[in-house]
Design a protein around this ligand. Structure first.
Ligand code: ITT
Length: 186
């Protein structure tokens, strides 16, 4: 099956391609999509659907979107759906703000959430969600991954996602679990 990944995030695209081996996954740019999609949804699922629909209908090809983020217990679930835009800067600034907002807090529990949506040009929609649990360290560890990975100590792996090999992360990650659940429906 050929599908377009409705994402502008190159790290996500790389993980989606590794997880969905056997599928031909084109980037939105490769498929000729250059539009901007405003993420106005109130949940991961709403935003994933919004992105997948925009690309599927514009290109008339099956489109897969991922909306994801980090929820920190002691911060009432923040940054949540605003994870990418948390600090107004990039990944590094987002991690610095997270550490600042958690300074002095004992409860470091957190989880990543991922909603995926696959929309076909005829309007058929498939969705799935995945989660993965861990804690937020006080200092970064590891050079792999992206986003909050160097601070996220995975309960499953007993190391940070940035210290894990790509296949190790994908086997337990929110994205890996969401895409596996989606694949089962196809
Ligand atoms: P697209 O909307 O174009 O797909 P985006 O990066 O804006 O790209 P989101 O709105 O879904 O995507 O925001 C996801 C953010 O959540 C991402 O930028 C990271 O900060 C964080 N995040 C999601 N999955 C992650 C992962 O596996 N590891 C680390 N951080 C992650």
């Amino acid at each position: 099956m050929k599908l377009v990944a409705a994402t502008g995030n190159a790290h996500k695209l790389r993980e989606i391609r590794q997880i969905l081996q056997g599928y031909e996954v084109l980037s939105a740019a490769e498929a000729g999509f250059s539009g901007e999609i405003e993420e106005t949804g109130k949940s991961f699922l709403e935003n994933a659907l919004l992105k997948a629909r925009a690309v599927a209908y514009a290109l008339k090809l099956p489109a897969l979107a991922d909306d994801s983020g980090l929820s920190v217990d002691a911060l009432g679930g923040a940054p949540g759906i605003y994870s990418a835009r948390y600090s107004g800067g990039g990944d590094k600034e987002n991690r610095a703000l997270l550490l600042k907002n958690l300074s002095g807090k004992e409860d470091r529990r957190a989880h990543f959430c991922c909603a995926v949506a696959l929309v076909l040009p005829d309007g058929t929609e498939y969705t799935a969600e995945g989660r993965t649990f861990g804690t937020i360290l006080e200092k970064e560890r590891g050079n792999g991954g992206f986003g909050y990975d160097p601070l996220f100590f995975s309960e499953d792996l007993q190391k940070t996602f940035a210290e894990a090999a790509e296949e190790e992360k994908n086997a337990v990650s929110h994205r890996g679990r969401a895409l596996l659940a989606l694949k089962k429906q196809l």
